[in-house]
Design a protein around this ligand. Sequence first.
Ligand code: GDP
Ligand code: MG
Length: 826
Amino acid sequence: MLLSELNTNEFGIISKVKGSGAFRRRITEMGFVKGKKVIVVKNAPLKDPIQYNILGYEISLRRNEAALIEVVSKHDELPKLNGFTGTITEEHLRTSATEKGKEINVVFVGNPNAGKTSLFNFASNSKEHVGNYTGVTVSSKTATIKHNGYTFNITDLPGTYSLSVYSPEELFVRDFIIDEIPDIVVNVVDTSNLERNLYLTTQLIDMDIKVVVALNMFDEFQKKGDTFDYISLGKMLGIPFVPTVGSKGRGINELLDKIISIYDDKEPYQRHVSINYGDDVEKSIQKIRTEIKENNKITYKLSSRFLALKLLEKDHHIKDKLLNLPNYKVIREDSKKEIEKLENVFQEDSETIITDAKYGFIAGALKETYKEGTITKRKTTEILDTFLTHKLFGFPVFFFLLWLMFQSTFTLGSYPMDWIDNGVLLLGSYISKIMPDGSLKDLIVDGVIGGVGGVIVFLPNILILFFFISLMEDTGYMARAAFIMDKIMHKIGLHGKSFIPLIMGFGCNVPAIMATRTIEDKNNRILTILINPFMSCSARLPVYILLIGAFFPKHKGSVLFLIYAIGILFAVIVALIFKKFIFTKDEQPFVMELPPYRLPSFRTTTKHMWSKASQYLRKMGGVILVASVIIWALENYPKNINYSKDYDSQIAMLEESIKTLPEGEKVEVTNKINVLKFDKSNESQSNSYLARIGKTIEPALTPLGFDWRMGVSLLSGIAAKEIVISTLGVIFQVGEDEPGSIEPLADRLRHATYTSGNKQGEKLFTPLAAFSYIMFILIYFPCVAVIAAIKKETDTWKWALFTIFYTTGLAWLISFVVYQTGSLFL
Ligand code: GDP
Ligand code: MG
C-alpha cells in the first residue's frame, strides 16, 4: 500500500520509492529508503502535510509525496508463511517489504526498429510479432519474468524518435512514463545509428529518471569495424550502457543485471546529468523553473527542468500537467516572453535552438568516444571540425585567434581611445576655466573627471575584447577551443569544460565564475573558480594598457600578451598545487557539447557584447564614481595643515614683485613660484588622510618597489581594478601648474619622483618597479564583486576568504621576487 494511506500511529516498512529523480534524491537524504520503518505521527484525513517519524526524526511530507512511497503494513495481505498462524510481527513485514521491493517495473522505449520487441520477446520468452517496419507495436504489452530473485514487469512500448509529442505514439510513451512511473526505463538504441537514436536518450536525461541504455544491433556495429568506448560514454551521461543483440538474445542477462543494480542504487556511476543548453537558454530555463518549483505541487513527480524545457519548446500537451498550478498564468506568460527573447537572439525557432543544443551534446559525447564518422549530418560542421579540432592544427589556430584578439584590443582600440582621452582632457580644462576656484571645482575636475574619465577611455578596448569573446561563443568556436584544450586541461587536473569560464574570465571574472555552473564535478568547479582571478579581467586591462604605454612603449602588444601568459601560467601552477593538496578526489567525466557552427549575425554578437559592456558602464557610474570621489576627498583633506613655510604669502610676494620686473628676469621668478607651488601641494598631499593610510602600509610595500601612493592605489583596487587608475589619476595631479595644460596620466607617472625618504627625487616608476607593480595587480585580491560571486557560487565564505588571502599573499611574494632579483641585475 501507499505510505499516504497509513493511519495515525500505524507504521510501515518502505518497499519502494517512486517519483522524479530530484524528489527521490531529496527523500532518500531524509532517510526514506527501502527497508526502513516509518511511523505515522499524525495523519488527519484531508489534511496536508502528514507527519512521520523515520529513524527517530519527525518529518512532514505532503500527501501526494507520501503517495509515491510504497510500504508494507499490517493491512497488506502477506504471502503465506510456512505454518504461520500467530500475529504479524515487524519481522514479517520486513521480510515482505524486501520481497515486494524486489519487484521492478521496466519499460522499453526506443526508436522504431531499434529492436525493442525482439529484446522483449527474448526476455519474456513470448512470441510477440516482430517485424522490420515502423509501427508494428501499436499498444503496450507487458510480461512478467524472474531473474536473480527479482520480479520484472516488462512493458514494450511503441517506437518513437522523440518525446516531443508530434505523433500519438510519442504522446503515449511520454504519458506512460509520467503516469505509470516505471522504476527503470530501458532505452533501446540502434548502435549503428547512434546520433539519431541518442536524441531520445537526451530527452530521457532531461526527464531525470532512471535509465539503462541497451546498445542493440551491436552485431551490426561490430561488423562496421568502428570503435566505441561506450563505458566512458556511460560514465559521462551517468547511465550504464549494455551491448545487446535483440535478434539472438545476446546481452539480455547482462541487461537485467544492470537493471537490478540501477534499481538498488548500486551502480557506481549512475547519476543525473544536466544537458547544457547554453547561457541564454539556461537563463530562460532557470526563470521558468523557479516559478514551477514555487508551489511544489508537481515537481515530486516531474522534473521542473524538464517542464521548463518543454514549455520553451512550445509543447502544447505539457500545459495539461501545469493547468492546476496556482501560478499557471504567470508561468505561461513568462514562457512566452522567454521564447520571444530566445527567438530574437538566435533568429530561430525556440524548438530548433533546443534541438540543436541536444545534437551538440550528442556530437560532443560521440566525438570523444566514437571513432569513425557516425556524424553524417551537418556537413559543414564536420569539415570545419576536422580542421579546428585537429590534434595538431587546432592549437596554432587557437593561439593565433587569441593573439589576434589581444592585438586588436590594442591597435584598434587606440584610435577611439585617443579621441576619448582628448575629449576628457578638453572637458577638464574647459570646466576648470569656467568654474570659480574652490573645492567644488576641484571635486569635479580632479575627483569626477580625473577619476571616471581616466577609466572611461578604456571603454573601446573593453568593447573590442568583449566583441571577440562574444564572437567566439556565438560561432560555436569556443566549444571547440574547450574541446582541443581538454587533454591539456586534464594534465592540470581540470576538464575542457573549465576552459570556457577561464577564457570568459578575460572579460570579467564574475560571469565567468557563474559560468562554472556547467561543470558538474564539484571539486573541479571550485578549482576552476579559485584560479579564475588569474585570468586578467577587462578591469585590469586599462591598468596594464596605461602602465605598458608609459613604461614599455616599444613592445606594447607583446608585453600585454606576456602579462596574460604569466597569469595563465600562475593559474596552471596553482591548479596543480591545489589539485595535489586540496582537491585530491578524482573527477567524474562529462560531455562537452559541440553545438553546430553558426554564422553569427552582427546583431546578435553586438547584443551579447553590449550586455557585457553595459555592466561595465554601470560600474563606472556607480562604484567607480563613488570611489573616485572618496579617494579625492581623502587626498584633499584635512585642509588646515601647518605648513613648514608660509607658502601662500611667499607666492603672493613673488607674484607681486614679478609685475615690476623687466621681461628677462620674469622667467626665473616664475620658476621660483612654480617650485613653491609644487612643494606646497606635495606637503599638503603628504599630510592628507590618504597619505596617512598609505604610509601605514608603506613598510610592507617598500621591498616591492612601491611607495605609499602606489600602495594606496592598490588598496583602492579592492573595490574594482579600474579604480587603481582613477586613484593614480587623482594622486598624481602634482606638477600640473598651468591650468589648461594637464599632462596625460601616463606622462605624469613617467615624471613622478619619490617625494620623501632616501630616494627623494629619484624616479618612482622605474620599468622594474612598474613591472613589479603590474605583477601585483595581476595576482592580488580580485575585487569585491568577484569575492561576492565566489561566496554565492560555492555557498560558503570559506573559499571567498581563502581566495582573498592566497591571491594577495602570492602577489606580494611574486612582486618581491621580481623586484629584488631585478634590482640585483638592473
Ligand atoms: P522494434 O520496432 O524496436 O520493436 O524492433 P523489432 O524488435 O521489431 O526489430 C526490428 C528488426 O530488427 C527485426 O527484423 C529484428 O529481427 C531486427 N533486429 C532486432 N535486434 C537486432 C540485433 O541486435 N541485430 C540485428 N542484426 N538485427 C536485429
Ligand atoms: Mg516493436
